[in-house]
Design a protein around this ligand. Structure first.
Ligand code: PLP
Ligand code: COI
Length: 346
């Protein structure tokens, strides 16, 4: 496959978190009990049976991760083994065929290599977002899992998830939406979860908030997570993040906890009462897309309570340091002391 090297006409520092067509995607199918050869496609389309289990019974799982062009010119992907593990957990969660880790990593390398002209320059602060997804493709009408699967990875250059970039935003709590069930599917990254969050999210956006801060589904007392990201707060010398079985285990949060420890902070992973927000110094949402997005205010819609987090409208110093340290590792500007970065040979 011919790798193009001409530079695309893209204003790298101004791109949103959206879809931009790149040159190739990579695909692999599971059929007759085994994974086939990796295929490279320049089509954005799928040829799918109308009775495929992904369309009817929601057999769809995905991941999100990023490749960065480092200050030294090398290209690195952030913790792809963790995404491979989570995709395999998601697969088992909804009875799909797990993608072997070595296949996953090989396809990550391939999609980055093939689309290298779309990896944004370091100084733009943008990156190449990788979206691995797996779907059940067998035609079934009874409720049952497929026996054939398609695993695909596409790449698209992205800028910040929130248009304002690293600026505090307001989020809102509504108790009338249940995003997750305690033993339900939010532990896994499946498309159906996001369908279930759309109504609350669209309402929040129309009312001027960047996201919904969801509470635990049982008691509606504890903080779970923000729409597409985990939550953390800083209180004194502590990094506090929810312990809950109805949130997605975030690779960014896991990494932030390590960076917090590196900075000498104590990490507390425990249920966090919404009311505790009155006493925190800083709060943020974190994820691959969101990186660390500080919160200026959490509005409890049902009780009309405003938890003001940032009085001056600026990100707090600890969140800023966490963000800067993570970005420095990702862009190769700081030593990768935890061995998180996976270099891709171009
Ligand atoms: N929580 C939800 C619901 C998400 O969609 C994401 C995004 O992947 C995250 C948390 C953050 O996870 P990660 O840091 O692994 O991207
Ligand atoms: C990510 O952070 O990669 C996500 O998947 C969040 C969202 C865009 C679905």
């Amino acid at each position: 496959m011919k790798i193009r090297t001409d530079v695309p006409d893209i204003d790298w520092g101004k791109i949103p978190f959206g879809y931009i067509k790149t040159d190739y995607n990579v695909r692999c199918t599971f059929k007759d009990g085994e994974w086939g050869e990796i295929e490279v496609s320049d089509s954005e389309m799928l040829n799918l049976h109308m009775a495929a289990t992904t369309l009817h019974y929601g057999q769809e799982i995905f991941e999100g991760q990023k490749a960065f062009r480092g200050v030294d010119g090398k290209v690195r992907v952030f913790r792809p083994e963790e995404n491979a593990d989570r995709l395999a957990r998601s697969a088992r969660g909804i009875v799909m065929e797990p993608v072997p880790k070595d296949l996953f990593i090989k396809m990550i390398d391939e999609v980055v290599r093939l689309n290298q002209r779309f990896i944004p320059p370091t100084e733009s602060g943008s990156s190449l977002y990788l979206r691995p997804l797996e779907i059940g493709t067998s035609a079934k009408v009874g409720v049952q899992p497929a026996n054939e699967y398609l695993f695909l990875i596409f790449a698209t250059p992205v800028g910040p998830y929130f248009p304002a970039g690293f600026k505090p935003t307001q989020v809102v709590v509504y108790r009338e939406y249940d995003r997750a069930a305690p033993c339900g599917t939010w532990r896994w990254k499946i498309g159906g979860n996001y369908a279930g969050s759309l109504a609350a999210t669209m309402r929040a956006k129309s009312e001027g908030y960047s996201a919904v801060l969801f509470l635990d589904p049982k008691e509606k007392k504890y903080i779970d997570e923000c729409g597409p990201a985990n939550f953390f707060a800083i209180k004194g010398n502590k990094y506090i993040t929810p312990k809950s079985n109805s949130i997605l285990p975030s690779i960014t949060n896991m990494s932030m906890q390590q960076i917090a420890r590196d900075m000498g902070l104590e990490v507390e992973c425990r249920p966090i009462l919404l009311e505790e927000l009155a006493e925190v110094d800083e709060a943020a949402e974190c994820g691959t897309a969101a990186v660390a997005s500080p919160l200026s205010e959490v509005y409890d819609h049902d009780n009309d309570v405003h938890y003001v987090i940032s009085r001056d409208g600026n990100p707090g110093p600890v969140t800023t340091e966490l963000y800067n340290r993570l970005r420095a590792i990702q862009y190769g500007a700081a030593p990768d002391i935890h061995g998180w970065m996976h270099e891709v040979e171009l």
